[in-house]
Design a protein around this ligand. Structure first.
Ligand code: MGD
Ligand code: MGD
Ligand code: MO
Length: 763
């Protein structure tokens, strides 16, 4: 199953962390100023007493085991990007009308540097002009106070926001009377939450970092850790060195993953011959995972039937699960032909993987966007968990479910109540703060765009992120954003969302402190907390002088808006909380389960573990037991002229932040408008590597939705990708993703299976 790639791109031959990464980064950020500052800043990343890397949500090892360089090359880029000395000041905005900025690429916009002062859009000159903080807050207060229904306001959050800022932000929204809290999770791991909550009663992963030391088999499904979670590679590398089996399930043989599975470079350096390491690369078709994992479950059941009692964990199944019989009957009835056809993986491959799985006692399944952003992503994740349940691989050391989160505090933001569905603790919130929180479900990302489009929203506030660029159906989303009366962006850097201003009404840019910066108030230096992908909550303390003395912290900005919007009679002392974050944490401790003694619990260097019921084999879902899910594999066959497009990240980007234009592991230099295709698919269309194509999509959920979406003049690259599939970069390809195309049960935009046609470009 390990077919060599057609045209291997240059292999990865640099270490994933330490001095190599530091040197690589300094070279990489050559264009950015402030190298010494950046180097010093890097020495404080993920250190006790330092700040949490804004790169990803992968956890840090225990403080005593941490190296001096607890960051990776890509985390270093994220830090350097924030710590740059380059600035966009009032003079910059005086030179550039918004219409011009809108034509710039995402890369050009952000690389200009840090925002330095609050700005208001001036329609007469089509420029952003300075505004005083108090005037900005008053303007927002006016708009919010003028709403006849609080649900005409929407509060978006991206996942870098600290727990403290997030808690205040949700309090503000709920006090105003709305649960309209769309967040980047809606586009990210929402499918994981939906799948796991229903199946095991908790929406988060069940493993901790220590489990990686004990696992003897690790699945990495729909994830590219070499680029997006490089520090995860050290855990995988250690596991592989212990002889654990690593199984990648991904239409692409991602290079970063491969180079550690076969670390021939290191061995070659030591003068040893390359040693083959047990590594499996399963390359399903895009969206083929549900069928693939169902096939592996079926093959496992066959092994059990051949040796009754020797393969499945009957004690676990009997005591801790329900629905097994129906599930097993359905597996027996499933057709191998259908499963192979729908997955793009042969029956034999599925049997081999089942054997490896059966031969392992402690198995972890990791996954990311390759699973969550599919139409049937929730079902695919539940099938992965079914497989874990069959052999009791949940709630024992070295085993469990591991959705690998993206943004560094995306999990914490949810814990703090950034969710359009009111959390179970909202009544307590009302009690502690003396108000009646709204109970009606609010808008998620897709529903918020639809509501803006339909004229049902007047105020849009974004706590970080880049809503305009990150969301699907770009032209439709821009039009939706243009309909609001006030657009407020709390940001560190200039981005696309600042250029999509309301047709009538106001736009504000509110510049905030970043993770790396000192947050000093009348109460001294403040620290914030974050929660990683494995439910560890710990302190992050910035140290750099702020990029400008006119920046405010996110909590201070929320407090400023709250005081303007809720008026002087509001009994909550926003000002006190915004100057002393201990006071915010004391409130969190009163409201959110698991946070009692919050301020005490964060004193140890490693912070504290929030706990996870499923890990303890306590099942708090509807049936009070882990639930086997019986799931059909729908027919995903597409007309022969269409390709399945997945939109993914290059090595030089952080979501919509494009650091540079290379994608080293995939062999791309200085280009983003590329489309990776199978050579046969190109030949069929009379195309060859290097040709330019237009990409068109008019389909959502298998149906022609009558809108023609198109991305023009992309260079095709012949690549090792399954036939019928193609790949390109987000955010450029978001123009092709229909707003109507969403994952079942999670409403996540389907960014990984966009039906497209390609034709030779005239340009
Ligand atoms: N440097 C860097 N780090 C990041 C980010 C970044 O942009 N840059 N983003 C952060 C965020 S918010 C997130 S959510 C994570 C994202 O981390 P990833 O999920 O690794 O991100 P993607 O680039 O979207 O990669 C998805 C992977 O899924 C595979 N895939 C696509 N479709 C399918 C499918 O149908 N089935 C299977 N099995 N695989 C499929 C693709 O080939 C690709 O390898 O990374 C976080 N960390
Ligand atoms: N087609 C397609 N679309 C996708 C995806 C995909 O794979 N394919 N992935 C989706 C995923 S997983 C995600 S998470 C979303 C990401 O969506 P977002 O989280 O909305 O986008 P980012 O690009 O991470 O946001 C970058 C901006 O955040 C601001 N920023 C950075 N640091 C800070 C800070 O500390 N505070 C504040 N206030 N602002 C800050 C900067 O101004 C920067 O321009 O995109 C989604 N969209
Ligand atoms: Mo994400």
């Amino acid at each position: 199953m390990s077919t060599p790639p057609d045209a291997p791109p240059p292999a990865y031959d640099a270490p994933a962390g330490g001095w190599g990464a530091l040197k690589g980064t300094l070279k990489h950020v050559g264009a950015q100023s402030g190298k010494l500052k950046i180097a010093k800043t890097l020495l404080r990343v993920n250190q006790p007493g330092g700040f949490d890397c804004p790169g990803c949500a992968w956890p840090e090892p225990a403080a005593r085991e941490r190296s001096r360089f607890e960051f990776c090359e890509n985390g270093a880029k994220a830090v350097a990007w924030e710590a740059t000395n380059d600035k966009v000041d009032a003079a910059f905005f005086a030179r550039h009308p918004v219409a011009d900025l809108r034509a710039w690429s995402d890369h050009e916009l952000e690389k200009r540097g840090r925002l330095t002062q609050p700005l208001r859009y001036d329609r007469a000159t089509d420029r952003y002009v300075p505004i005083a903080w108090d005037d900005a807050f008053a303007l927002i207060g006016q708009h919010l106070a003028g709403l006849d229904d609080p649900n005409r306001a929407v509060f978006y959050t991206s996942g870098r926001t600290s727990n403290e800022a997030a808690f205040l932000y949700q309090l503000l929204g709920r006090k105003l009377g709305t649960n309209n809290f769309p967040d980047c999770s809606n586009m990210c791991h929402e499918s994981s939450g939906a799948a796991l909550n229903e199946q095991i009663g908790v929406g988060k992963g069940t493993v901790t970092l220590a489990d990686f030391d004990e696992a003897d088999c690790i699945f990495v499904v729909g994830q590219n850790p070499g680029t997006n979670h490089p520090r995860m590679l050290s855990e995988l590398q250690k596991a592989s060195a212990r002889g654990a089996t690593l199984i990648s399930v991904n239409p692409l043989r991602e290079r970063g993953l491969e180079s550690f599975v076969h670390p021939q470079h290191k061995l070659a350096m030591l003068g040893n011959a390359p040693t083959p390491i047990a590594g499996h690369f399963v390359q399903p078709t895009i969206g083929g995972d549900l069928a693939f994992f169902k096939g592996v479950c079926k093959a496992l059941l066959d092994l059990e039937d051949a040796a009754p009692g020797a393969v499945l964990d009957h004690a676990f199944i009997g005591q801790h699960t329900h629905g097994f019989d129906a599930f097993a009957n359905d597996l027996r009835a499933a057709s191998w032909e259908h499963l192979a056809e729908q997955s793009g993986v042969t029956q034999n491959q599925m049997r081999v993987i089942a054997q490896r799985y059966a031969a392992s006692d402690r198995v972890i399944a990791c996954w990311a966007m390759g699973l969550t952003q599919q139409r049937h992503g929730v079902a695919a994740i539940q099938m992965v968990v079914n497989l874990l349940l069959m052999r009791g691989n949940l709630g024992k050391p070295g085993a469990g479910a591991c959705p690998v989160r993206g943004h560094s505090n995306v999990q914490g933001d949810r814990t703090m109540g950034i969710f359009e569905k009111p959390p179970a603790w909202t009544p307590k919130l009302g009690e502690v703060f003396g108000f009646s929180p709204p109970t009606e479900e609010g808008y998620d990302v897709v529903r918020a765009i639809e509501a803006m489009r339909d004229g049902a929203v007047d105020v849009f506030v974004a706590m970080g992120g880049n809503f305009a660029a990150a969301t699907p159906d770009s032209p439709a989303t821009y039009a939706a954003l243009e309909r609001v009366k006030l657009n407020v962006q709390v940001s560190t850097k200039l981005n696309r969302s600042h250029t999509v201003v309301p047709t009538e009404g106001d736009a504000l840019i509110l510049p905030c402190l970043g993770r790396t910066e000192a947050d000093d108030t009348a109460h001294g230096r403040q620290v914030v907390t974050v929660e990683d992908s494995m439910s560890m909550v710990h302190i992050s303390r910035g140290g750099n002088p702020p990029a400008s003395d006119r920046l405010k912290s996110e909590p201070a900005i929320v407090a400023g808006i709250a005081r303007a919007a809720l008026g002087p009679d509001d009994p909550t002392d926003w000002q006190a909380m915004a100057t002393d974050y201990n006071q915010i944490r004391d409130k969190v401790a009163q409201v959110i389960p698991g946070f009692a003694d919050f301020n005490e619990k964060i004193k140890p260097k490693d912070g504290f573990y929030l706990g996870n019921t499923a890990r303890d084999r306590v099942w708090v879902n509807a049936g009070q037991k882990a639930a086997f899910q019986t799931l059909d594999v729908p027919d995903g066959t597409m007309p022969a002229d269409q390709l399945k497009l997945m939109t993914l990240r290059s090595h030089d980007q952080y979501n919509t932040t494009v650091y540079a234009l290379d994608d080293r592991y995939r062999g791309i230099k200085n280009a983003r408008e590329v489309l990776f295709c199978h050579a046969d698919d190109l030949a069929h269309r009379g195309l060859k590597d290097g040709d330019r194509v237009d990409i068109t999509s008019r389909y959502s959920n298998g149906e022609d939705d009558g809108v023609e979406r198109s991305a023009q003049n992309f260079r095709v690259v012949a690549y090792d990708i399954p036939r019928g599939c193609c790949a390109g970069y987000f955010p450029e390809l978001n123009v092709l993703v229909s707003l109507k195309s969403v994952a079942l049960k999670s409403n996540t935009p389907v960014s990984k299976l966009v039906p497209v046609t390609i034709t030779k470009s005239d340009a």
